[in-house]
Write a protein that binds this ligand. Structure first.
Ligand code: 3PG
Length: 306
């Protein structure tokens, strides 16, 4: 009987786990659950017996892959796969997949939720501002970006986008202005929502020179990755621009400096919350299980990343 290990420091919702367990049982697979593990030794121990592995943001390093002698497939239940060493996986003959789109609505709802929260002064009773009529620039028009655009339109926002990998035709078909030049989008957007992955190319790419172009009362929202932000550049800009706000679902490395110096201008969730809904956990978890079963039973490699 094949063993599927679910190893998550941040556990899936219980409803997701019970659906995943049910599906695996029906298919004749055994499920092992390792939640909230404190150190990699526990992960290493558990992965030794696994034929398949499901993770969230958990780091799948060469060290983990080295001891996973039976492992054939890892599915990252989510979109971003910067936590998985693809080269080491390939070297160890392990297929890596993600489940794109499955948690996108949850992340997008959080974007708009945090925007309202900050526009209304953290619900402190003081007059705030409305989102209606303001421009939001979507930086990368993928699954999450599209959902942010859809919801922002419901707020009567003016939605624009920039994505070098998506054609203008696709963006404009959704009634959204497409900016070919990233700088032009930043110059014309009071709100910017980031949806780019963390790669060597995007590392610290959201920098002082780009952010300083944003108009008065600018708000930068990050539900993507902390690595894409040039934190020193952002700190410099916030010192110059008391009107500039930074909202992030991923606490920056310099969190205490941001909070001490710019308490009024920043908001960070205590823990990455974007995909933390029962629905997103069920969607991504069930998709991960189905992809593993389809891979073993039919050799289906849709969503293979390596
Ligand atoms: C993703 O890449 O899918 C999101 O960042 C969610 O990550 P999480 O599963 O660790 O919450």
């Amino acid at each position: 009987m094949k063993k599927v290990l679910i190893a998550t420091v941040k556990p899936f919702a219980p409803e997701a786990i019970s659906q995943m367990k049910q599906l695996l049982k029906q298919a004749g697979y055994e499920m092992t659950l390792l939640e909230k593990y404190q150190n990699t030794d526990d992960f290493k121990q558990a992965v030794k017996e696994a034929d398949a592995l499901i993770v969230r943001s958990d780091k799948v390093t060469p060290e983990i892959l080295e001891v996973a002698n039976k492992l054939k497939i890892v599915v990252r239940a989510g979109a971003g796969y910067d936590n998985i060493d693809l080269k080491a996986a390939t070297k160890n003959n392990v297929v890596v997949m993600n489940t794109p789109g499955q948690n996108a609505n949850a992340v997008a709802e959080l974007v708009l939720g945090m925007m309202v929260y900050m526009a209304r002064n953290r619900f402190n009773g003081q007059p705030g501002t409305e989102l209606k009529g303001k421009t939001i620039g979507i930086h990368a028009y993928g699954n999450v970006g599209k959902n942010v655009a859809r919801i922002a339109k419901g707020f009567d926002m003016n939605v624009v986008a920039h994505d070098p990998y998506v054609s203008s035709e696709i963006v404009e078909r959704d009634g959204i202005k497409d900016y070919e030049e990233v700088k032009d989008m930043y110059q014309n957007s009071q709100y910017i929502s980031l949806h780019i992955p963390a790669t060597p190319q995007t590392l610290k790419s959201i920098n002082y020179d780009l952010l300083k172009l944003m108009p008065e009362n600018a708000v930068l929202i990050n539900t993507a990755r902390k690595e894409i932000i040039d934190e020193d550049g952002l700190l410099k800009l916030m010192a110059e621009r008391p009107d500039f706000k930074y909202i992030s679902d991923i606490a920056p490395d310099k969190q205490s400096e941001f909070e001490e110096r710019f308490a009024e201008q920043v908001f960070f969730t205590p823990k990455k919350m974007g995909a933390q809904t029962a629905e997103a956990n069920i969607n991504a978890g069930v998709a991960a299980v189905n992809q593993i079963i389809e891979y073993f039973e039919k050799g289906d490699t849709t969503y293979k990343l390596n």
